[in-house]
Design a protein around this ligand. Structure first.
Ligand code: FES
Ligand code: FE2
Length: 550
């Protein structure tokens, strides 16, 4: 008997035309499921009418936990789970096949063992070997099949995620009516173009190609984007008598340590006659203006005015905090949140380099670049991706959904951490070899943190921290820091000329997100998140994941 279930990519009744993925149980260890996509606004009736269905893909073995029930609509996440369970099963199956091969291999070794051979005739040995060879051939075939199924299941997941992403980029009305998604204002943020190349070809209407509209000079930053904690400097760069000038959201600030050694952040403009304070000096926890010697504490109060009567004068100061080797500021008007997210890698890693660079590009363009790995074999041909082949398909998979996942076929995990951070863990198996293994399978790892502080609409302060979970002694080798800096700059320069070119085109009206494809998922999600923040929606997209990730 056929069981029918439906997988809805968006909550139904909210979208016209509605978009449904329907599934039917078929064959397989746990029933097998065919997933269908239907573009209709009467899909409830359509479900009853199970004709004209065209499978989007087949999930051969969805596993026992798949939440399929007769005639029930499922959320997008559950739909993705169907495919994820299939991948888990295929992976398990492949491991079993590998185990079988290993057992058979041991048997062959046993049969060929010279000590054991004495007790068997040549005829028996040959018979045993023939039998084992046959079994081995079967097991190899089975493994080959399992590997193909894993690969195909990964493709399905990527395809499914592409469909979900397309829905995320979908028409503004859908988002406006959906409680857990941000809405994108079609007039300002979305372009819709009829496409002939979409992956979904079911239903009467042609699917539309969606693109974000990120074009023209960067608009002034929304106040909402300022209501986050921003890392602005490494603690190691802030000695007792030094100061770090920074630009943040078009304003000039200076950071220095007060009498209590805690960092403070005040405006980098003297109250007297607007002289930049960072041209002065820090003495006993106060910053001294180089022009007439006025001195300010970390809360912005002027505590000394030489050669004149003391007045009650203050300059602006921002909430400033130090955590895990970084100095953070809160540039917004809202009350700062009580917690600051951790940016450290897992235990076992040692920090080897902390580098700061001021770059002449808008921070969003830099984040777009850092959240994209598909460009590596084309752009980084002189550095880390030298000799990399170009994979037939690059995917970013998000098993836990949201802003965090891993790249296939590279052993690289990546996360966008709001408001402007990228964390990545790179598995290192052999030098220069990155394909074909998962991050966990690699014995050694490199962890990277990129912070892209929005200095201005065409400037970013980049904080880069690199950690390794091997060779901690390297940290103490002379000039190692210079070597890491040199390498980081070289990699960045490979990107920078391209991003500068994009910025130039963007300022002249080109859309830098004109035609997103499946491997652009993380970058797109960052843009969706940022758009939602700037428009001040109540619940941000991927907010569950953000909470749990911080
Ligand atoms: S401008 Fe700073 S003390 Fe005069
Ligand atoms: Fe790059």
């Amino acid at each position: 008997m056929t069981t029918v279930a439906s997988l809805s990519l968006v909550p139904h009744l909210l979208i016209k035309p509605s978009f449904r993925c329907l599934s039917r149980k078929g064959v397989g260890r746990y029933g097998g499921i065919k997933v269908y996509a239907v573009l209709r606004d009467d899909s409830a009736d359509y479900l009853k009418d199970n004709h004209h269905w065209e499978a989007l893909f087949h999930v051969d073995d969805p596993g026992p936990r798949v939440p399929i029930e007769k005639g029930q609509y499922l959320e997008a996440k559950q739909a993705l789970d169907v495919v994820r369970f299939d991948i888990q099963y295929c992976d398990w199956r492949a491991r079993q096949d590998l185990l079988t091969i290993m057992v058979l291999h041991n048997k062959v070794v046993e049969v060929l063992n010279p000590l054991a051979r004495d007790f068997k005739s040549v005829g028996t040995l040959r018979k045993d070997l023939d039998g084992l060879q046959e079994e081995l051939a079967k097991a190899h075939n089975q493994l080959y099949l399992s590997e193909s199924r894993v690969s195909s299941a990964l493709d399905k997941l990527a395809q499914m995620e592409t469909v979900v992403n397309e829905r995320l980029l979908s028409d503004g009305s859908a988002f406006a009516n959906t409680a857990d998604c941000a809405s994108l204002d079609p007039s300002t943020s979305l372009d819709t173009t009829t496409s002939t190349s979409s992956t979904v070809r079911v239903g009467a209407k042609k699917p539309k190609r969606r693109s974000l509209n990120i074009s023209g000079p960067v608009k002034p930053y929304s106040a909402n984007l300022k209501n986050f904690w921003y890392p602005v400097a490494f603690s190691g760069d802030l000695k007792d008598d030094t100061m770090v000038p920074i630009d943040c959201f078009e304003e000039q600030w200076v950071i220095f340590r007060g009498k209590d050694k805690r960092p403070g952040c005040v405006q980098n403009t003297c109250a007297h006659r607007a002289c930049p304070l960072d041209l002065g000096s820090v003495n006993e926890g106060r910053i001294t203006c180089p022009y007439h010697g006025w001195e300010y504490s970390t809360d912005g109060k002027c505590e000394k005015m030489p050669s004149t009567k003391m007045l009650n004068v203050r300059i602006r100061a921002l909430p400033c905090f130090e955590q895990e080797g970084m100095v953070w500021i809160w540039p917004g008007d809202d009350t700062p949140t009580p917690t600051i997210p951790s940016l450290l890698p897992l235990s076992g890693f040692t920090i080897h380099a902390e580098i700061v660079m001021e770059l002449p590009v808008e921070h969003g363009l830099l984040l777009d670049n850092l959240l994209d790995l598909a460009h590596a074999p084309f752009t980084h041909t002189s550095t880390f991706a030298k000799g990399w082949s170009v994979p037939s398909f690059v995917k970013f998979l998000t098993p836990t959904s949201g802003l965090q996942g891993y790249w296939d076929p590279y052993p690289i995990d990546m996360e966008f951490r709001p408001p402007c951070m990228v964390l990545s863990t790179i598995g290192i198996s052999k030098p220069g070899k990155l394909e074909g293994k998962s991050t966990q399978q690699c014995a050694t790892h490199l962890h990277q943190l990129h912070v892209c502080l929005p200095s201005s609409t065409n400037k970013t302060r980049l904080l880069y921290r690199m950690s390794l979970d091997f060779a901690p002694w390297m940290k103490h080798m002379p000039f190692m820091h210079l070597l890491w800096s040199h390498f980081a700059e070289k990699v960045l320069n490979e990107d920078l000329r391209l991003v500068l070119g994009q910025q130039d085109r963007m300022n002249n009206g080109a859309n830098v997100w004109n035609w997103p494809v499946s491997y652009d998922k993380l970058g797109i999600r960052y843009r969706l998140w940022r758009d939602a923040v700037e428009r001040g929606v109540d619940r941000l997209p991927f907010s569950n994941e953000i909470e749990s990730g911080s």
